[in-house]
Ligand binder design. Structure first.
Ligand SMILES: Cc1cc2nc3c(=O)[nH]c(=O)nc-3n(C[C@H](O)[C@H](O)[C@H](O)COP(=O)(O)OP(=O)(O)OC[C@H]3O[C@@H](n4cnc5c(N)ncnc54)[C@H](O)[C@@H]3O)c2cc1C
Length: 514
């Protein structure tokens, strides 16, 4: 007698696509596929989640459900605790095998995946988790060989959608709204085009039209929204895979003529950032506590308690620093910011306002549609100077404003209270006397702190912790576990030059910013 294969449940999380999907591909070879999504209300109660993230994820899910329906299947939607829903599914359809991608998420998903693994062991359910990024799970990680492993993963062919025999399973018909999940209203944030079609169109327009001046234009909030790839939210929810992006970029690069200097430089910078994506996520994968604790433990408690009024002024874009406030208000309204704006915002919260990065990081996480815990938390720590290994960079909001928005167009776009202020004063309102301020911008607050003084004292506090022999030993440990490696002799040479340049830059940065 021939026995029928049991259902293969593919649990979609942050991998909302059918293409280049290792778990779906393998599952489809093994038996009929149940496509499962679990909306976990407890996840959406977390302090790092927001309605804008939910709306984007929900739109990706709707798009995925349609793609499955076009192929004759039906997405099984469950709402509740993951273990409870899997147990209920088992009651509904009998024994099954479970497939998912290896998720490097926040503390909630880390604990939930552990619980699901425990449940699967107890129930005798085969639970297979497969890689979707260049991130390596488990004890076998060797940072010296990590970059080569990343290359090898990306070089593998993009997986096609396999022939799939779908099996349906009972579930909900309608996705809940944000309010039903207890999420605070967030209607001020513009919605972003989500789903597979939007991801492909974004990649195509970047590679063939928008990306030529990426390297030069990536930092200013005036040019970056068009010049950057804008793939972050598509990568964060998996409507396109990293490998698909990598292959398309490599192909485009190979087809470029030698004279296309800007394009070639742009795509090289871009490919480096694709690498960073996984490099950062690897840090959280290797050390999940990094969401809550600094990599260098000696910084623990450096910024002890949050000051709610300082944090609120920063989060509302009312610090009295026009360029910084404009960056925050733009982020709150669009759900996206350039790398430099994110770094400047975090730097100001951590150094100038001396707030714990954990608290400021939650404000930013909620504001980012593309919230990716594995990038976010290591970046927050790094911009707060608590990794023990990275250059301490204290951004001056005034200098950044002069550099990135010399005519004040960005400031004017986001801070209506400053519409009457002449451009000569826009970046440095302290050049106005009291009467001029009262006449031209009565509703805009004075600077919340003196940047030069605050940055100097922050720098001293960090320098005192970094200078000791113990700190250097700890930095070595962090570097061995999480630091990036140079890949060849040439790179070593380049690395030395870069290190010298960095040290120079660091001094310059401090001088300039103060
Ligand atoms: C404090 C702070 C928090 C951040 N939090 C997030 C986050 O939650 N989610 C997120 O996707 N990015 C985060 N970043 C990294 C970076 O700012 C964004 O990835 C980038 O601005 C997204 O825009 P883009 O897709 O147009 O990027 P592009 O410049 O076009 O880069 C392409 C892709 O490369 C990756 N990438 C780019 N820069 C970095 C970087 N510095 N580190 C790691 N990966 C990078 C991203 O996946 C990005 O989509 C954070 C940066 C800082 C300083």
């Amino acid at each position: 007698m021939i026995s029928c294969p049991i259902p293969q449940v593919v649990w979609f999380k942050r991998d909302l696509r059918l293409e280049d999907h290792a778990a779906l591909y393998q599952a489809a070879l093994a038996g009929p596929v149940v496509a499962l999504v679990i909306v976990e209300p407890a996840y959406w109660q977390g302090a790092d989640t927001s309605a804008r993230q939910w709306r984007f994820w929900r739109a990706c899910l709707t798009d995925l459900a349609k793609a499955i329906a076009r192929r004759g299947g039906r997405l099984c939607l469950r709402i509740g605790d993951a273990v409870a829903e899997l147990e209920a599914l088992r009651r509904d359809i009998g024994p099954f095998a479970l497939w998912a991608h290896e998720e490097t998420g926040n503390g909630f998903t880390f604990a939930r995946d552990r619980a699901v693994r425990g449940w699967a062991r107890m129930r005798g359910v085969a639970f297979v988790e497969l890689r979707q990024f260049g991130v390596i799970r488990g004890r076998g990680l060797n940072r010296d060989h990590w970059a080569a492993a990343w290359d090898a993963m990306m070089e593998q062919p993009v997986l096609p959608i396999p022939p799939i025999v779908w099996q349906s399973a009972p579930g909900h018909d309608v996705l809940p709204g944000a309010a039903a999940l207890g999420l605070a209203p967030d209607d001020a944030c513009a919605s972003a085009a989500a789903g597979r079609g939007a991801a492909l169109a974004t990649l195509e327009s970047f590679l063939f039209r928008r990306g030529e001046h990426y390297t030069r234009a990536m930092s200013s909030p005036l040019s970056a929204p068009d010049a950057c790839s804008r793939l972050s939210w598509h990568l964060a929810y998996g409507s396109i895979s990293m490998r698909e992006v990598w292959h398309a970029t490599r192909e485009r690069y190979a087809a470029l003529p030698k004279e296309a200097r800007h394009w070639r430089q742009a795509l090289r910078s871009f490919m480096a950032r694709l690498h960073w994506h996984c490099h950062f996520i690897q840090k959280l994968e290797s050390e999940p506590e990094a969401e809550f604790r600094p990599f260098a433990r000696r910084y623990e408690g450096l910024r002890r308690t949050a000051d709610p009024s300082r944090l609120a002024a920063w989060a509302q874009g009312r610090t009295g620093y026009p360029f910084l406030d404009a960056a925050m208000r733009a982020l709150q309204a669009t759900g996206w910011a350039t790398f430099r704006m994110r770094a400047m915002l975090m730097s100001f919260a951590a150094y100038d306002l001396w707030q714990p990065w954990q608290e400021a990081g939650l404000v930013l996480a909620r504001a980012f549609i593309d919230y990716e815990p594995g990038i976010h938390w290591p970046q927050c720590q790094m911009q707060a100077g608590e990794t023990g290994i990275n250059t301490v960079r204290i951004y001056s909001p005034v200098k950044q404003g002069f550099d990135q928005d010399p005519q004040g167009r960005f400031i004017r776009a986001w801070i209506p209270e400053l519409s009457q202020v002449p451009v000569a004063w826009l970046h440095a309102l302290d050049r106005m006397d009291r009467d001029q301020r009262r006449a031209l911008c009565p509703d805009y607050p004075p600077p919340i702190v003196d940047h030069a003084a605050a940055a100097r004292s922050a720098h001293q506090a960090i320098a005192a912790l970094r200078g000791t022999a113990e700190a250097r030993a700890e930095a070595d440990r962090v570097q061995r576990r999480h630091g990036s490696r140079k890949r060849s002799t040439t790179r070593k040479r380049e690395g030395k030059i870069a290190a010298v340049r960095d040290r120079g830059n660091e001094r310059a940065q401090m001088q300039l910013d103060l």
